[in-house]
Design a protein around this ligand. Structure first.
Ligand code: FPP
Length: 242
């Protein structure tokens, strides 16, 4: 299917809300944790596909600032999976020239997981391939507030004047600093919400929803979304580009 993609119209940055692990598991009569494990398998396939397609950046929503409200056992299992995923995938990602970055507030994770996140980031920091962002303990409003606080401190320290705050300067304080805005935002499993994901970066993103649950989301469907994107008429508030 890869040869059906018009490379001149590729999205530079694709973001994914990987929803429906729990629903998939209950439909199979399995525990929610089995759904999350299946979700990790999908994530590996989708990252491989994103590399094959030649995307510049892929961001996935692994854990939101609101996910702490889930039952303890589920949060613990997600932490275990997160840690397992980093440990078992980091060398492979490194070989594939992936540059990983974690978006969000790492300080609320256990010291062990924070170290794994730092080590993986450090290992891949000079890689030049896909920018793979894992949003973990991430919330879009929280990210905007953190960026605002950093700028406010610079203003009160006299380093910059308030009038100098432009969208570009603001972006340089976001977790995705230096990366392109989101072109295509995909959400699996039927709900049509943004759920506090990449609010600033998705200002002009094309939205793509599917009823397929995340464990069942395939590389073929991912490529269909990309092909669909390449046929969209993007206007950015102006007139048609076509
Ligand atoms: C949404 O499904 C999914 C999550 C809250 C977590 C996504 C996590 C993974 C795909 C695996 C872990 C990720 C990494 C990077 C190791 P849901 O539980 O909200 O499903 P539901 O809406 O059907 O209940």
């Amino acid at each position: 299917m890869l040869d059906k993609i018009d490379k001149s119209k590729l999205p530079r940055h694709v973001a994914i809300i990987m929803d429906g692990n729990g629903r998939w598991a209950s439909l199979q009569g399995l525990l929610r944790s089995a759904g999350h494990s299946a979700g990790v398998k999908t994530l590996k396939k989708i990252l491989d596909t994103a590399i094959d397609v030649g995307l510049e950046a892929l961001t996935v929503y692994a854990f939101s600032t609101e996910n702490w409200k889930r039952p303890h056992a589920e949060v613990d299992f997600l932490m275990y999976l997160f840690s397992y995923y980093i440990e078992h995938e980091k060398q492979k990602m490194h070989r594939e020239n992936v540059r990983i970055r974690f978006l969000g507030r790492p300080e609320e994770f256990s010291p062990g997981i924070q170290k794994q996140m730092r080590d993986a980031t450090q290992l891949m920091k000079n890689n030049t391939g896909i920018k793979f962002n894992v949003a973990a303990n991430y919330g879009g409003q929280d990210e905007i507030i953190r960026a605002t606080q950093k700028l406010a401190k610079k203003v009160s320290a006299g380093e910059i004047s308030a009038e100098k705050i432009t969208p570009a300067l603001f972006e340089s304080e976001l977790d995705t600093a230096g990366q392109p805005p989101v072109d295509l935002l995909i959400r699996t499993s039927g709900d049509m919400r943004i759920s506090n994901f990449l609010l600033w970066q998705s200002a002009y993103a094309e939205l793509w929803f599917t009823k397929t649950t995340w464990p069942e989301f395939s590389p073929e469907e991912f490529i269909s979304a990309i092909i669909d994107f390449s046929n969209r008429d993007r206007k950015f508030g102006g007139l048609s580009e076509k």
